[in-house]
Design a protein around this ligand. Structure first.
Ligand code: GFB
Length: 309
C-alpha cells in the first residue's frame, strides 16, 4: 500500500521532544501541514483537553511521539510516573483519534517492551514471551498497552493505527541531565566536561559490559515516515540500526569524537539493566527501509548540536 502524506494535516504530539522535533524536520518537505500544540495548549494527561484539541484541529494523521522517557535511573526510581503518565496520555490520544475519525495514527513503543532475556536479535514475535527487565518494566508495560490499543482499535473498529519500536535513540535535542538521561548523552556530556576541566577520569554506571544498539533520531524519523506511507497492519515494527556496541566501546568512541582521552571508572552501585538488546529489523528492511549512518558519524553530528546548544 502507499499512503500519501501530501496535503494531510499531521499532528505531531510531542513536537518539542527529541523524536518530535526530528519528525518536524523530516516532514518539512513532504507537502503536508504539520500541526503542533505545546503543553500550554493541550495537556495530554487531560482527556477533555485532548478531545477538544482534536475536534478543533481535525488532523488526518497523528504521530504519537509524546511520552515520559528517561534513562535507566529515571525508569528505576520513578515507576509510578512512567506508568501513569504514559498510559494516560497514550490512551487519551489513541481513543481521541478513534472518536475523531483520524485516518491514520502511528504509536511509538520502545525496544524495552521485549523480555529481558529474549533471544537476539529480537524479532517482533518475541513480545510477551518472557519476563521484562525490572529497571524499566513500568515503562515497558505502558508501551505494550499502547501497542495493544492500536491492535485492538484496528481489530474492533477498523482504525488504521500502527506502531513502531525504536531501539535506543540519540541525536540533536536529547536530554543531557545526568540523573535522568540515557547513556549516550550522559557520556557525551561527561567527556566534554572532563575535557573542559582537565579531569583525568570519567565514571560510567554499571560494568560497561551491557550491549546496546543506537539509532540516530533523524534516521528514526525517516523510518517512521516510510512506515506511515508504506504499511497498514498490526505488526509492531522494530526500528534499529543493526549496530550493537558495549557501553565501554561507546565510551571509547565518544572519547575519540570529543577528542579527550580519560581513564574509565565504573560505578558498580548503578544497575547494568538488560544485558543485551539488539532488534531484528528484518521486516522493516523487507518493506524497503534501511539505516545507512554509522555510529561515529551520528556521534559527530550529535556532538556538534550539543556544542551549539
Ligand atoms: O541508556 P540507559 O540509561 O538505559 O543505560 P537502558 C544503558 C546502559 O548504560 C546501562 C549504562 O547499562 C547503564 O548502566 N551507563 C553507563 C549509563 N554510564 C551511564 C550514565 O552515565 N548514564 C546512564 N543513563 N547510563 C532504557 C530504559 O534502558 O532504554 C528505557 O530504561 C528505554 O525504558 C531506553 O527503553 C531505550 O538502555 O538500560
Amino acid at each position: 500500500m502507499t499512503y500519501s502524506l501530501a496535503d494531510k494535516r499531521i499532528w505531531i504530539a510531542g513536537h518539542r521532544g527529541m523524536v518530535g522535533s526530528a519528525l518536524v524536520r523530516r516532514l518539512s518537505n513532504v507537502g503536508c501541514e504539520v500541526l503542533t500544540a505545546g503543553r500550554e495548549v493541550v495537556d495530554l494527561l487531560d482527556q477533555r483537553a485532548v478531545d477538544d484539541w482534536l475536534s478543533q484541529a481535525k488532523p488526518d494523521v497523528i504521530i504519537l511521539a509524546a511520552a515520559k522517557v528517561g534513562g535507566i535511573q529515571a525508569n528505576n526510581t520513578r515507576p509510578a510516573e512512567f506508568l501513569y503518565d504514559n498510559m494516560t496520555l497514550q490512551s487519551n490520544v489513541i481513543h481521541g483519534a478513534y472518536k475523531n475519525e483520524v485516518e491514520k495514527l502511528l504509536f511509538l513503543g520502545s525496544s524495552c517492551i521485549y523480555p529481558k532475556l529474549a533471544p537476539q536479535p529480537i524479532k517482533e514475535e518475541y513480545l510477551l514471551t518472557g519476563e521484562l527487565e525490572p529497571t524499566n518494566e513500568w515503562y515497558a508495560i505502558a508501551k505494550i498497552s499502547g501497542i495493544k490499543m492500536c491492535q485492538a482499535y484496528r481489530k474492533q473498529y477498523g482504525c488504521d493505527f500502527i506502531s513502531a519500536q525504536p531501539t535506543n535513540l540519540y541525536g540533536p535535542g536529547d536530554n543531557y541531565n545526568l540523573e535522568t538521561s540515557h547513556v549516550l548523552p550522559a557520556l557525551l556530556r561527561k567527556f566534554h566536561e572532563a575535557k573542559l576541566s582537565g579531569s583525568k577520569s570519567v565514571t560510567l554506571w554499571g560494568s560497561g559490559s551491557p550491549l546496546r544498539e543506537f539509532l540516530h533520531v533523524d534516521d528514526l524519523a525517516d523510518a517512521l515516515v516510510f512506515l506511515l506511507c508504506n504499511y497498514s497492519g498490526g505488526i509492531p515494527f522494530n526500528v534499529g540500526s543493526g549496530t550493537e556496541v558495549s557501553i565501554r566501546f561507546l565510551a571509547e568512541t565518544i572519547a575519540k569524537v570529543v577528542e579527550y582521552d580519560a581513564k574509565l571508572e565504573f560505578d558498580s552501585t548503578k544497575p547494568d539493566g538488560t544485558p543485551r538488546k539488539l532488534l531484528d529489523s528484518g521486516l522493516l528492511h523487507q518493506l524497503g527501509w534501511n539505516n545507512t549512518r554509522s555510529l561515529e558519524d551520528g556521534l559527530i553530528n550529535t556532538y556538534k548540536s550539543y556544542l551549539a546548544q
